[in-house]
Design a protein around this ligand. Structure first.
Ligand SMILES: [Zn+2]
Length: 61
């Protein structure tokens, strides 16, 4: 199991899913430096694809 740690700030209630606007629970840092936020639902929908393109995924504890 590989864990990628990045110095990204913790998600807050102000962070919103880029797909539906719900509270974000997952931050994805793309290999090109872009950042996407997803709610729990969309995190599950997109997780496999994000991992496939090498995105670093981080969630709040
Ligand atoms: Zn969503």
């Amino acid at each position: 199991m590989t864990t990628t740690t990045l110095p990204a700030p913790a998600l807050t209630r102000l962070d919103r899913c880029d797909r539906c606007g719900a509270a974000a629970q997952l931050r994805a840092i793309l290999t090109n430096g872009g950042e996407l936020l997803f709610c729990g639902h969309h995190a599950r929908v997109h997780e496999a694809g994000l991992r496939a393109v090498g995105a670093a995924l981080s969630t709040d504890p």
